[in-house]
Design a binder for this molecule. Structure first.
Ligand code: FES
Ligand SMILES: [Fe+2]
Length: 358
């Protein structure tokens, strides 16, 4: 992959279609990535236990989040160290973790506690009888996990934190009735490619285009994230920015942050729409839209309105691209250096990861 956008070409069409390449992305890209897992409101009370499956249908990794009675948060593998049964099947409130297959017990920190019929087992228990701890981080009430210890979480979040850290994100409320999943018949990376440029807005999203000033639309790149800044056409439905914001004085309608690998944080004056792009198959993707409300009176106004319509418009073009790239006559394309910096950055990161060199 050429680092210079002016001379670079996109990644090969094969990446979006080849089943064996898709399989290798599980370990080379996703098992090393940070993934969004939800927010702390679900884990408020000591004794809270939440089982989750990381990237269901793809990585399928069973994970367990707990809050113990010392008020500490823990994240661990949800697989019994005895014979591999899922330790916790349903969320709730527990004093300890008990596997229902043969009764092995763990503390809420995942430490082995007891097991019937193991008195004669020698050199037991050892460290490996505890549930393996999983790397996790909390940012503003939002929970992120990483199965490996490669990528530094701070590098992922630093740009967001600096730019919109003033927003009271910990007070935003997850609103399930305004959240939903979409099934897109296209590769996950094609969906990201499309998100990463505003180039298509005037062509594909007529209503959104009316709310945004296309000329003012910019993309800024950071190490493992980027920001597309949506400037409003008028002064309405924009952020009231604090004076120390670097954007103070601008009519910002939306901050569109993309965070490696598959996370999008879209901030609007009403709150936050998180999009998580989950691969299912080489040509099928689940897109989760999670709505976090801040000022409900501003919901569905300005650039942050009609998100369902915008999503369907995006799905439509992305699904058509999935078909287009299977043509014998298409392999790669070139980039617009003024409009597709985000796509170029994404392709550069994919290429590096696939060579194991990030
Ligand atoms: S698998 Fe859990 S106790 Fe046997
Ligand atoms: Fe779009």
């Amino acid at each position: 992959m050429d680092d210079n956008i002016a001379t670079a070409s996109t990644i090969s069409a094969k990446f979006y279609q080849d089943k064996s390449i898709f399989e290798t992305t599980k370990d080379l890209i996703f098992a090393r990535s940070w993934q969004f897992l939800g927010d702390l409101n679900e884990l408020k009370a000591p004794g809270s236990v939440i089982p989750r499956t990381l990237l269901e249908g793809f990585l399928d990794e069973p994970i367990l989040l707990t809050r113990n009675f010392d008020d500490e948060l823990n994240c661990m593998a949800n697989v019994c160290t005895h014979r591999g049964f899922k330790v916790i099947e349903k969320g709730g409130n527990e004093r300890n973790l008990r596997c229902r297959y043969h009764g092995r017990k763990y503390t809420l920190n995942g430490k082995f506690e007891s097991m019937p019929e193991f008195e004669k087992t020698e050199n037991f228990p050892t460290e490996s009888d505890n549930l393996p701890a999983i790397n996790f981080r909390i940012w503003k009430n939002l929970i992120f996990v990483n199965l490996a210890r490669g990528i530094d979480f701070d590098k992922l979040i630093v740009a967001l934190d600096k730019r919109i850290g003033w927003l009271p994100i910990q007070d935003f409320t997850f609103t399930p009735s305004l959240s939903r999943d979409y099934l897109v018949r296209a590769n996950w990376a094609l969906y990201c490619d499309n998100y990463l440029e505003g180039f298509h807005i005037p062509y594909v999203h007529s209503s959104l285009n009316e709310a945004l000033d296309y000329r003012g639309y910019t993309t800024e790149l950071f190490e493992l994230s980027n920001l597309q800044l949506g400037i409003a056409d008028g002064a309405e439905e924009t952020f009231e920015l604090p004076q120390d914001s670097q954007d103070y004085g601008k009519n910002i309608a939306a901050y569109y942050f993309w965070v490696w690998t598959n996370m999008m944080f879209n901030f609007y004056p009403w709150g936050l729409s998180i999009n998580i792009i989950e691969p299912i198959d080489v040509n099928r993707t689940k897109v989760r839209f999670l709505t976090y409300m801040w000022k409900s009176e501003l919901y569905d106004k300005g650039a942050g309105s009609g998100l369902d319509r915008v999503e369907r418009e995006d799905e439509n073009v992305v699904e058509l691209v999935q078909k287009g790239i299977s043509s014998r006559f298409y392999n790669k394309g070139r980039f617009s250096p003024t409009q597709e910096q985000g796509v170029h950055q994404f392709h550069t990161l994919i290429s590096r990861l696939m060579k194991n060199s990030i």
